[in-house]
Design a protein around this ligand. Structure first.
Ligand code: PEP
Ligand code: MG
Length: 582
């Protein structure tokens, strides 16, 4: 049994056979075989190794002829490995003594070798591990033949394990069979993590290198609450997980009781508790948990989930679905936030060779450059908003001029619709995300021009602390409780009060219960959180009163490090709401 710890990004505990994608690309259907087929399995390995050796020899010949002998020699090393009798013997032994299938035994042996190289901690040897994965892939291709199954053709439940998953790959996961996923890289607020929550898929990211320690088909427990995966669990662990499933059920029951109650503090301060969504289907969970509306609809997933550019009608239909499902409650639709890690295939030409996508042509910058595309979306929003309480929100605004241009484009589109006699809502609220430090600093000037603010702390933290939100190597700098973040939030909250506009937060900070008291103390009265976090956050709000909020907020501003702020807030949370712990 091996336990790996990473970052818990989407709750839930699931177990099942591992499907390793990226390195393996296909699934091993059986781990064990019957005694009477053992000899057949051994024979299969021999035949496959021979075929692989012929294949590599051919690659060596072609490479030597076309690009030179020194390149051909690269395959020479692969060939030696494939023909090494020790390799064949080890695989054979696992089949004979442990009755492993040919595929599972081959994968186990090669991954053991790869891990030995990786553990040497040297770049040269790490490359050799890649060579071994390559060899594994070749052997499995022969062994599995037609039984090769990729993500698109799953036929039974799996836990997906991968080095990384892009947001579009995550969006495309087949929810019928994929029970959860775990990745070596990725951070707490990466879009992949957010999507996992949206899809209600238990997920752990940022596990560091672990794929060489697990083989396809091996039993895995994925614990999205604790941020762990357990490879090949023993019986005691399996029993322990059965008990914790019971506990989860009782917590869920308690949360159900909260559904019909308001998100108000003990002394009557009403907080709007809304949901963040990526797909129209998520409105169901928002309504189930009693959300006061949708505070952030990330519309770019309409693009990421399809291979062609969505039409105005595609947009319109998606928005109408959300509006109808929310039954008169307010909805904030964010215009496209494409760029950085969210790039659909048909836009990849715009990003070729971009040095740093997070600082590049992202979000509103892209929309203002691709005006035709932007206008299609704005037309659809305005048409869909008829009879509904809708806010249009521009992402990643960094200057006043940019906001003005975006708003002018929206007004332009209104004129076009008017002229064409098409029905639309002229009274949509027009707001912006505050997620670039420049916008947070200039909050007063912005507040004089916008209808509302919504703070995107995921990006605000990334840009303020210069820590990539999806890179676990810099996760220790990516702290929601950093005093610099607290100060920026204070500035935004005060600016909103001075100009009497609404200020909400839609970044992941407010899905973390310990931050709720200080965020209310900083004058935010609307929170838009992951739908599954709604009951927990409501419980915290209902445990608070103004005096406590004020005390906690004052105290937070006496600390000078993220660690002291977060430790203090966690301590207060335990006192306030012992049953809500993270
Ligand atoms: C944010 O940046 O905090 C935010 C809510 O937007 P996204 O996570 O989609 O970048
Ligand atoms: Mg953002």
């Amino acid at each position: 049994m091996i336990i790996k710890r990473g970052i818990a990004v989407s709750p839930g505990v699931v177990s099942g056979p591992a499907l390793i994608i990226g390195t393996e690309d296909f699934r091993i259907p059986y781990k064990m075989v019957r005694a009477d087929v053992v000899e057949g399995e051994v024979e299969k390995v021999k035949v496959s190794l021979a075929k692989v050796a012929t294949e590599i020899a051919e690659s060596e010949r072609v490479a030597s002829e076309r690009i030179g002998k020194q390149y051909g020699a690269i395959f020479g090393a692969h060939l030696m490995m494939a023909q090494d009798p020790k390799l064949a013997n080890e695989i054979e032994e696992l089949i004979r003594h442990r009755r492993f299938s040919a595929e599972f035994a081959s994968s186990q042996v090669l991954r053991k070798y790869a891990k030995q190289f990786q553990d040497l901690g040297d770049a040269y040897f790490a490359e050799r591990a890649t060579d071994i994965f390559d060899l594994e892939k070749r052997i499995l291709r022969h062994l599995l033949g037609e039984r090769r199954e990729d993500l698109a053709h799953l036929t039974s439940p799996v836990i997906v394990l991968s080095r990384n998953l892009t947001p579009s790959e995550t969006a495309g996961l087949n929810r019928k069979y994929v029970k959860g996923f775990a990745t070596e890289i990725g951070g707490h607020t990466s879009h992949t993590a957010i999507l996992a929550g949206a899809l209600s898929l238990p997920a752990v990211v940022g596990l560091g290198s672990f794929l060489s320690e697990v083989s396809g088909g091996q039993m895995v427990i994925l614990d999205g609450n604790r941020g762990e995966i357990i490879i090949d669990p023993d019986d005691e662990t399996l029993d322990r997980y059965k008990d914790s499933a019971e506990e989860m059920r009782s917590v869920r029951k308690r949360f159900e009781l909260l559904r019909g109650l308001e998100a108000s503090t003990k002394d009557g301060l009403r907080i709007q508790l809304q949901g963040n969504i990526e797909f129209p289907e998520e409105t169901e969970m928002c309504m189930e948990h009693g959300a006061d509306g949708i505070g952030l609809y990330r519309t770019e997933f309409l693009y990421l989930g399809s291979s062609t550019i969505p039409s105005e009608e595609d947009h319109y239909e998606a928005y109408r679905k959300v509006i109808a499902a929310m039954n008169g409650k307010p909805i904030t639709i964010r215009t496209l936030d494409i760029g950085a890690d969210k790039i659909p295939g048909y836009f990849s030409h715009l990003y070729n060779g971009e040095a740093n996508a997070a600082l590049g042509l992202r979000s509103i910058r892209l929309s203002l450059q691709e005006l035709t595309l932007f206008k299609i979306q704005l037309r659809a929003i305005l048409r869909a908003a008829v009879g509904a309480d809708v806010g249009v929100m521009f992402p990643l605004v960094s200057t006043l001029l940019e906001f003005r241009q975006a708003r002018a484009t929206l007004l332009d589109v209104m004129e076009d619709l008017e002229e064409q006699g098409i029905e639309f809502n002229r009274h949509v609220r027009i707001g912006m995300m505050v997620e670039v430090p420049a916008a947070a600093i200039m909050a007063r000037e912005f507040a004089a021009e916008v209808d509302f603010f919504s703070v995107g702390t995921n990006d605000l933290i990334q840009y303020t602390l210069a820590a990539d939100r999806s890179d676990p190597a810099v996760a220790k700098w990516f702290n929601s409780g950093d005093p610099a973040i607290m100060r920026l939030l204070k500035n935004v909250g005060e600016a909103a009060v001075e100009h009497d506009i609404s200020a909400s937060i839609c970044g992941q900070i407010c899905s973390d219960p310990k931050f709720i008291p200080v965020l209310i103390g900083l004058k935010f009265k609307t929170f838009s959180v992951s739908p599954q976090a709604i009951p927990e956050i409501k419980e915290v709000i209902r445990s608070l009163d103004s005096q406590r909020i004020e005390e906690i907020t004052r105290k937070v501003f006496t600390f000078d490090s993220a660690r002291s702020i977060e430790t203090y807030l966690q301590g207060e949370l335990i006192k306030l709401c012992p049953e809500v712990t993270r």
